[in-house]
Design a protein around this ligand. Sequence first.
Ligand SMILES: [Zn+2]
Length: 240
Amino acid sequence: MVWRDNNTGSKSIADRVIEEDFAHRQDQPWCNSDSCHDEILLENLDLELKPAGVDTVIVLHMLGSHGPAYYQRYPPSFAAFKPECRSGELSACTPDEIRNTYDNTIRYTDHVLARAIDWLESRKDYRTAMLFASDHGESTGEHGLFLHGAPMFMAPDEQTHVPVLAWLSPDYQQSTRFDWSCASRRGGREVSHDYWFHTALGLSRTRTSVYRSGLDLFYGCSDSDLMQAESEGSPTAPPA
Ligand SMILES: [Zn+2]
């Protein structure tokens, strides 16, 4: 496993694996004096792969839409929504400018995730999957609030409702007999970040006593033993 960081570090989560800092690089065209755009996390991903047949997990800790300098989170070509707020001082901008700029960050994150999926899809020698979630939402002027971090008991939905996204390669779906209709039925439920850890363990077929199937979003939606049995039988064989 490797942890690639373009945010404020792993806070010791990655102590026992390799942690690579991308946030303080100066690589062009991604970085300026303040920060780097998230696409830097996709550089040379092939180098993180083990020989075919050996499982690996790559964490991309994105900077995402973190403000207040939203305009620094994306390249100028992603400024579809204008006028922007080209300042870290939100009081210098109108609510519309702030929202436009925030929406541009979302558009850029979509692009970064699409590129990550393109890469996963291109690695036909692996059964690939991606799981994405935001750490929190953001207030952009609703109820007179901005940014995030309001105490949980009073935080508005804008700060506490976050997207989660999963992408599974066709080969992954086939080899686990993954059932999307089962998974999408779960989509209507209210879930929380508590599910993230166990869903990641389930998707990666990690066997550990701390796994709780009740907090795995996709538990029961695939044949959980299929892939495991196969990899135990032939640990070095490339996928069929
Ligand atoms: Zn955050």
